[in-house]
Design a protein around this ligand. Structure first.
Ligand SMILES: Cc1cc2nc3c(=O)[nH]c(=O)nc-3n(C[C@H](O)[C@H](O)[C@H](O)COP(=O)(O)OP(=O)(O)OC[C@H]3O[C@@H](n4cnc5c(N)ncnc54)[C@H](O)[C@@H]3O)c2cc1C
Length: 472
């Protein structure tokens, strides 16, 4: 087993102090280590695992009382549905390799792509297959036969202007760095179409999302091989569990970071509970949404600071409810529902053989739903009004409000219009002794795969710096 030889606790009253046989005389725990890793999501866990296995003294600070961040299997619910990341692509080679190394089985996906949708748009309930018959004169003539859930596709280019993402942030990409709304207007989309596309868009809002960032996602999806999905046996948190046992006593839970200072001889990190860490180097694996709440006295470049302040995170609210009656048999519409209301899209899920609905809303819809839940209103009321057959057919189980979760403040990062030109190249750069990891730092992979890939690159970056004898 890896031994922590050089890291030492200066003083502490915590349980961990006992392991190092140091005096417990102050409420403030102070540590010294070679590398401090901030945040125990997949990125921070992966980086810590690799540094430990290379014999480097590492401390991993996590603000929550669990690891995994935006990976969160709901173990307390029957069938263990996912509260965070759900769809795992067969192109996720880092994740597949990790499952194999940790002895975790992968399975065929329990999810499926919707065969069709019940639509509730502009107060009317119909289905996507009968949409062309519905009255919709606010839409442009070329849009009327396309159901709202497919409107965005109508305006996407058939031939993408980029072969790959190798020159991400270059002038060519910067030319596309306008908002998605402006891109759609240039293609002749109606304002009604823009509004309905916005209701289920993975972004804070359609006037903000960079079209260049959206194009990047399309290029990555087009180039990703192999295609298809898989599940992880027992849920994705089994991977975080495996990583947690590998990082062992490097991990300190319940340490919410509130201060980072870089100086010529290293990096200092402070936490709400008074814990303080001095390290030669750091890996910051916090999303920029929470990092910008941390007080920073650093020598970061102005582009890095702009990226930390400017990167956007899509608010997402997920609601789970058990199905007690097959409501689609009553109204004769498809099982899944697409709405322009705060409940967003509602999928019938059978993970672990348990029939339930998974409502998924993003952007402004998510913020409204989140606020309803916070003020103790039933979020399912929105669905009952949109699709009356669901009333009396559901039992609320849980809701996850990722947009207001203080450790996430959003689910997916994305660039605002103008952000790609200003700081795309600075997002992942190592500066002032701090390497950056997290899904937001990766260009050629999405979600949890991006987090794992970024953890590996950040671990390699600090290993090189340590080998060269460098500190901050
Ligand atoms: C609802 C939802 C659905 C998703 N669906 C998919 C999907 O289908 N497929 C996919 O690939 N990806 C999906 N994702 C995205 C995926 O979960 C993330 O991209 C990935 O888990 C991010 O990992 P990370 O390590 O970069 O960040 P995180 O998981 O956010 O980890 C950051 C860690 O830092 C901690 N932290 C934050 N601030 C502080 C602080 N101040 N002090 C101390 N600790 C702090 C957090 O608690 C967290 O543990 C989804 C996410 C959500 C929320």
């Amino acid at each position: 087993m890896h031994m922590n030889r050089r890291r030492f606790l200066i003083n502490s009253s915590s349980a961990l102090a006992a392991a190092y046989l140091l005096p417990a005389c102050s409420p403030q725990a102070r540590y010294r280590t070679d590398v401090v890793v901030l945040g125990a999501g997949f990125a921070g866990l992966m980086a810590t695992r690799l540094l430990r296995s290379a014999g480097i003294e590492t401390l991993l600070l996590e603000g929550n009382d669990r690891v995994g961040g935006r990976v969160f299997t709901l173990d307390s619910l029957p069938g263990r549905p996912e509260g965070g990341a759900t769809e795992l692509g067969k192109s996720y080679t880092e994740l597949l390799g990790l499952c194999e190394a940790l002895g975790i089985k992968t399975l065929p996906p329990s999810g499926r792509y919707p065969a069709g949708y019940a639509l509730f748009v502009n107060g009317q309930l119909t289905s996507d297959s009968s949409w062309s018959a519905s009255e919709s004169d606010q839409f442009a003539a070329n849009e009327r036969d396309t159901p709202p859930n497919r409107l965005l596709r109508l305006y996407l280019p058939k031939d993408l202007p980029f072969a790959n993402t190798a020159d991400w942030g270059s002038r060519d990409w910067a030319e596309q760095d306008i908002s998605l709304a402006d891109y759609l207007r240039r293609q002749g989309a109606s304002e009604a179409a823009i509004q309905v596309i916005d209701s289920n868009l993975n972004a804070t809002d359609i006037e903000t999302l960079s079209w260049a960032d959206m194009l990047k996602g399309m290029v990555v999806r087009r180039n990703s091989q192999p295609r298809g999905l898989f599940d992880v046996e027992g849920g994705l948190s089994r991977v975080s569990d495996g990583l947690q046992s590998e990082v062992g006593d490097s991990l300190l839970l319940g340490r919410r970071i509130n201060r980072i200072r870089t100086h010529s001889s290293g990096v200092e990190v402070g936490c709400d509970d008074g814990t303080r860490v001095q390290a030669r180097l750091a890996i910051c694996a916090l999303p920029f949404s929470t990092l910008r709440k941390v007080s920073m006295d650093t020598d970061f470049s102005s582009a890095k600071k702009a990226a930390i302040q400017g990167m956007q995170y899509t608010p997402v609210t997920v609601v789970y409810a058990r199905i007690t009656k097959n409501f689609w048999e009553e109204d004769g519409l498809p099982e899944d529902t697409w709405t322009d209301t705060p409940i967003g899209r509602v999928f019938v899920s059978r993970t672990g053989g348990v029939p339930r609905i998974r409502a998924f809303s993003m952007g402004e819809s998510s913020t409204i739903l989140d606020e309803m839940i916070r003020s103790k209103k039933d979020p399912l009321e929105v669905l009952y009004k949109a699709r009356p057959s669901t009333r009396g057919a559901l039992e609320f189980e849980t809701a996850l409000r990722w947009g207001s979760d203080p450790m996430s403040l959003g689910a997916f990062s994305h660039y605002p219009a103008g952000g790609v030109s200003r700081y795309a190249r600075a997002v992942a750069s190592t500066e002032a002794g701090v390497a950056f990891a997290g899904e937001h730092t990766q260009v050629a992979a999405p979600g949890v795969e991006a987090a794992l890939v970024s953890g590996r690159s950040a671990a390699q970056a600090v290993q090189h710096l340590l080998a060269a004898g460098k500190t901050a």
